[in-house]
Design a protein around this ligand. Structure first.
Ligand SMILES: Nc1ncnc2c1ncn2[C@@H]1O[C@H](COP(=O)(O)OP(=O)(O)OP(=O)(O)O)[C@@H](O)[C@H]1O
Ligand SMILES: [Mg+2]
Length: 159
C-alpha cells in the first residue's frame, strides 16, 4: 500500500490535483472520497471531470437529489454522492455494481456509506478541513492500479 498526504492551499489547487490524477486513470478505476463536509470532494471531482469530459465540468456540483451523475467521454465518469442516503436506504442494494465494475471511472463521495461490493483496487482520498483555504488530503492505494497513481503523485508532490 502506498500513502501520501498533500495540503492544498486553495480550491484551484484541489482542482489541479483532480486534473493531474485524471491523466493517470484507466477504465474501471475507482476513487473513494471521504472526510469532512466542505472538505473539497466535489471541488476535486470538478477538476478531474474538466480533464476527462471538459464540456461537462461546469455541471459538477454536490448533487441535491441525484445520487449519481454521469459525464460522457472516451472514458465516462460516474460521480456518486451518498451523503443523503441514511437509515433504511441501503446503498449496497441500489444496483450500482454495473458502474463500479464497468469501463468508466467511478468517483464516489461519502464512500463510507458503501460497506459491501467495493472493488478491491481503490484509490481512497480523505479530505480534512484545516482552515478557510487549506485542506489536508490523505491518499492511499489498495491494489496495483491505485498504487501506480499514488506512486506518481509521490514523485510530483513529495519528490
Ligand atoms: N484548498 C481547498 N480545496 C478545496 N476546496 C476549498 C479549499 N479551500 C476552500 N475551499 C472551499 O471549500 C468548499 C469545498 O466544497 P466541496 O463542495 O468541494 O466540499 P465537499 O467535500 O464536496 O462537501 P460535501 O461533503 O458537502 O459534499 C468550497 O466552497 C471551496 O471553495
Ligand atoms: Mg460534495
Amino acid at each position: 500500500m502506498s500513502t501520501l498526504r498533500i495540503t492544498t492551499a486553495s480550491p484551484a489547487e484541489t482542482e489541479e490535483l483532480g486534473i493531474f490524477i485524471a491523466a493517470l486513470l484507466s477504465p474501471g478505476f475507482f476513487i473513494a472520497l471521504r472526510g469532512d463536509l466542505g472538505g473539497g470532494k466535489t471541488c476535486f471531482t470538478r477538476g478531474l471531470v474538466s480533464a476527462i469530459a471538459p464540456q461537462s465540468a461546469h455541471l459538477v456540483s454536490s448533487p441535491t437529489y441525484a445520487i449519481m451523475n454521469s459525464y460522457s467521454a472516451a472514458i465516462p465518469v460516474y460521480h456518486f454522492d451518498f451523503y443523503r442516503l441514511t437509515g433504511d436506504d441501503d446503498v449496497n442494494e441500489l444496483g450500482f455494481e454495473e458502474y463500479f465494475y464497468g469501463d468508466g471511472i467511478s468517483v464516489v463521495e461519502w464512500s463510507e456509506r458503501l460497506t459491501e461490493m467495493l472493488p478491491s483496487d481503490v484509490l481512497t482520498m480523505k479530505f480534512k478541513y484545516l482552515d478557510e483555504n487549506r485542506r489536508i488530503i490523505s491518499l492511499s492505494s489498495s491494489g496495483e492500479n491505485s498504487e501506480k497513481v499514488v506512486d506518481a503523485l509521490v514523485k510530483k508532490y513529495n519528490p
